[in-house]
Design a protein around this ligand. Structure first.
Ligand code: RIB
Ligand code: CA
Length: 315
C-alpha cells in the first residue's frame, strides 16, 4: 500500500479524500491549512472526521494564511464552519504538537522514497516545507495535487480555488522537481456524487455513511446554487486515485506554471497541452519541459463507486 500524507483544508471533499486514503493507502498523517475555512476550523474538521470514522491518525496544524496577502475562504460552498450540513462528533483527540511544515519534513525523511504527499488545499505548508528543507523534493516519492485547471476556474474565470488562495506557494511546489501529479478542476468538476449516489450512502448502516450523506447533500445543494452543477464534485480524492486505481484517470505530461501578476488571471495554472513538436521556427513559443502528469479525463462513475464502497466500510 502507498504511504501517503494528506495536506488539506476540510472541506467536504477533503473529508472524503481522508476517508478514502485511510482505507486504500497507508495514511501516515494529516496536516491542515487555511482554505475552505480558517485554520482553526479546518483543523477541528479534520479531527472530527477522524473521530467520526474512528481513525487514529496524527493531525498537525499548519499555516493560517498564504505566503502573500490575506487568506481567502470558501464559505459559500462549505459553510461557515467549513464542513456544514451534518452533526459531527466533538474531536476525541487534539492535534500533535509539531507544526505541519515540520511534520511533513519529518515524515518524508522517515519514509524516504516511499511517501506520497497529497496536497488538496492551498499549498502554503508544502511550499514552506520545501523552503525549510531543500532535500524534501528528493525525499518524496511524489507530490499529488488537487489544484489548478487546464480549462476554466471556479473562484475566478481563470483560477481554481486552491491555487488562487496561495499562488506563490503553488508556483513553488510545481517548480520543485518532485514527480508531480495534478488533478485540476477541469476533471474534478465532472467527477462527483450524483443525488442517487448520495441516497445510496444514506442507506448505509454506519454512522459514518449517514453523516457523510448529510455533508454531501449540503455540498450538492451548494454546487447547484452557486455553479448550477448537478453533482457534488469530489475534487480532492481525484489526487489520491493515481496511487490506488490509476486506470480511472487519464493523465498527460505537461508543463504547469502559475500566473502571479495577471489582473484577470492571477492564480491561473498555465498548462501547455499543445503537444508541440520541438524545432518549429518563427513566433510559436517552444514547449517548456513537462513538470507534471496532468489529469485530462476520469471514469467518474467507477471512481465514485470506489469512493462509496470505502465510505460504506466505516462503522
Ligand atoms: O477548487 C476545489 C478545491 O478547493 C478543493 O480542494 C476544495 O476542497 C477546495 O479546497
Ligand atoms: Ca480541499
Amino acid at each position: 500500500m502507498t504511504k501517503i500524507l494528506v495536506d488539506c483544508d476540510p472541506g467536504h471533499d477533503d473529508a472524503i479524500a481522508i476517508l478514502f486514503a485511510a482505507r486504500r493507502c497507508e495514511l501516515v498523517g494529516i496536516t491542515t491549512v487555511h482554505g475552505n475555512a480558517s485554520l482553526e476550523n479546518t483543523t477541528r474538521n479534520a479531527l472530527a472526521i477522524c473521530t467520526l470514522a474512528g481513525l487514529d491518525v496524527p493531525v498537525a496544524r499548519g499555516c493560517e494564511a498564504p505566503l502573500v496577502g490575506a487568506a481567502t475562504h470558501a464559505g459559500d460552498i462549505h459553510g461557515r464552519s467549513g464542513l456544514d450540513g451534518a452533526v459531527l462528533p466533538e474531536p476525541d483527540h487534539a492535534p500533535i504538537d509539531a507544526h505541519a511544515v515540520d511534520f511533513i519534513i519529518e515524515q518524508a525523511e522517515r519514509h524516504k522514497g516511499e511517501l506520497v504527499l497529497a496536497v488538496v488545499g492551498p499549498q502554503t505548508n508544502v511550499a514552506l516545507a520545501l523552503r525549510r528543507e531543500p532535500r524534501l523534493a528528493s525525499w518524496l516519492k511524489a507530490i499529488t495535487i488537487m489544484g489548478g485547471s487546464t480549462t476554466v476556474g471556479n473562484i475566478t474565470p481563470a483560477a481554481e480555488f486552491n491555487v488562487y488562495a496561495d499562488p506563490e506557494a503553488a508556483a513553488a511546489v510545481f517548480a520543485c522537481g518532485a514527480p508531480t501529479w495534478m488533478a485540476g478542476y477541469n476533471v474534478t468538476r465532472q467527477t462527483g456524487f450524483t443525488q442517487p449516489e448520495i441516497d445510496r450512502l444514506r442507506r448505509g448502516r454506519g454512522r459514518t455513511a449517514a453523516a457523510i450523506a448529510d455533508l454531501m447533500q449540503f455540498y450538492l445543494d451548494g454546487q447547484r446554487r452557486v455553479f448550477g452543477l448537478d453533482i457534488a464534485p469530489m475534487h480532492d480524492v481525484c489526487a489520491i486515485f493515481p496511487f490506488v486505481r490509476p486506470d480511472l484517470l487519464t493523465h498527460v505530461e505537461a508543463s504547469v506554471e502559475v500566473e502571479l501578476s495577471g489582473r484577470l488571471t492571477r492564480g491561473m495554472t498555465v498548462c501547455d497541452l499543445r503537444n508541440k513538436r520541438a524545432g518549429a521556427t518563427g513566433a510559436i513559443q517552444e514547449a517548456r519541459r513537462p513538470n507534471a502528469r496532468v489529469a485530462t479525463s476520469s471514469d467518474a462513475r467507477a471512481l465514485i463507486s470506489e469512493v462509496i464502497d470505502a465510505v460504506l466500510s466505516y462503522p
